[in-house]
Design a protein around this ligand. Structure first.
Ligand SMILES: NC(=O)c1ccc[n+]([C@@H]2O[C@H](COP(=O)([O-])OP(=O)(O)OC[C@H]3O[C@@H](n4cnc5c(N)ncnc54)[C@H](O)[C@@H]3O)[C@@H](O)[C@H]2O)c1
Ligand SMILES: [Zn+2]
Length: 352
């Protein structure tokens, strides 16, 4: 088991079960609730119950997927808490991916003005990304994470063993955030990252290194005033690709969009003389060998460019982006143009 220090809450990776039980007994909750979605109920809950020996915890089950990261589902969670007469000393354990962690944390943060909660993330994305930074929330009015807050959990407990039941596609999608962390901060990690990800691999070391990068950034800028924008690398164009592909018959996963976004934005860095041609080639080749090439129809390019205009990181109509100034060294608040983005997309399309 490894502990990551320096956050305002404990974070453990590996065989943490004893430590988790100690933490829960220290909190001395009046009742323990476990929030799961349909998939984590089937795949993760049996392991959780076996390891913790819990028999008297109350289960709250919600449907799986981003579609249900909503106020309606929050109401269902709050109603369950009321039904079981949860008081201010109740504990909520969020056992699931980023949707369960963000939404369960948000529900806990406002129920009775806030009850303690613990995150047990079960997807690679939630283990390396959503688990650090204390951002909570739900989607509202068609906008992702438009209602939410910052609040610390009592602890984050990461078991890479949960990844065994995750689909290969979801696993790879989470890997994109690890690749991003390496590219913005740690060239050595970037070099060490395997080109093929397999569930048989013990991912603890990679998860550990990746979480440490996010920890360092979040610690330096908890309220997202500056440095934390580094974490947006690949996301200005990536989010635009994700939302355009969402309208297609085969929507892309978040990480798949970010992988393509990182290649496009690295080409923008080349256009801005921040990244050399050799670096761009190495980066593109490795990302494509990990994630494969997924075609973006040329007819969507202009819609993607338009979507980048809506990015919430923009300022006074200018498109702001995080770019690499060499591999392992991200810089934020770089203004880019629509022409840059279009050329980035064309560069990506060349790999077809
Ligand atoms: N708070 C933050 O800082 C932060 C950062 C990044 C992403 N997020 C949020 O995280 C969400 C995405 O997270 P996600 O990709 O984990 O999505 P998710 O929670 O929807 O999980 C993806 C799918 O995997 C299933 N699943 C989860 N664990 C499983 C397991 N071990 N075995 C089998 N199936 C499993 C889920 O039921 C779901 O169908 C988004 O809503 C995003 O906004 C938050
Ligand atoms: Zn992301």
């Amino acid at each position: 088991m490894r502990e990551i220090q320096g956050l305002s809450y404990p974070l453990f990776i590996g065989d943490f079960w004893e430590v988790l039980l100690t933490k829960i007994s220290e909190l001395a909750p009046s009742q323990v609730f476990v929030l799961v979605d349909q998939n984590t109920k089937a795949h993760c809950l049996p392991v959780f119950l076996d390891k913790t020996g819990f028999s008297d915890s109350k289960l709250i089950v919600v449907p799986s997927g981003e579609r249900f990261k909503s106020l309606e589902t929050c109401q269902q969670i709050w109603r369950s808490l009321f039904k079981y007469k949860a008081d201010r000393h109740s504990l909520l354990i969020n056992l699931g991916g980023g949707v369960i962690g963000d939404m369960g944390g948000f529900c806990a943060s406002v129920y009775m003005r806030g009850i303690p909660f613990i995150q047990v993330p079960t997807t690679l994305l939630s283990q390396v990304d959503a688990s650090v930074g204390s951002k909570l929330g739900v989607d509202f009015n068609g906008f992702k994470n438009s209602l939410g807050s910052f609040r610390d959990p009592e602890g984050v407990y990461i078991a890479p063993g949960f990844l065994a039941t995750l689909s290969d596609r979801e696993l790879l999608s989470g890997y994109a955030e690890i690749v991003k962390h390496a590219l913005i901060r740690d060239e050595a990690l970037w070099r060490a990252l395997p080109k093929e990800l397999s569930k048989e691999h013990d991912l603890s070391a990679i998860i550990h290194d990746s979480v440490k990068i996010k920890r360092d950034i979040v610690q330096a800028d908890p309220m997202e005033k500056g440095l934390r924008k580094l974490l947006n690398f690949g996301h200005t164009i990536g989010h635009a690709i994700e939302s355009v592909m969402l309208e297609s018959s085969e929507p892309w996963l978040h990480g798949e969009s970010i992988a393509a976004g990182m290649i496009c934005e690295s080409h923008v860095a080349l256009q801005c003389n921040m990244l050399g041609p050799e670096e761009l080639k190495t980066l593109s080749d490795k990302i494509l060998s990990i994630f494969g090439y997924k075609a973006i129809p040329a007819s969507s390019f202009m819609r993607i460019v338009e979507k980048t205009r809506l990015d919430k990181k923009n300022r006074s109509g200018r498109i702001m982006c995080t770019l690499l100034e060499g591999i392992g060294n991200g810089t934020y608040d770089k203004e880019i143009s629509e022409a840059h983005i279009l050329k980035g997309l064309e560069y990506y399309a060349n790999f077809a």
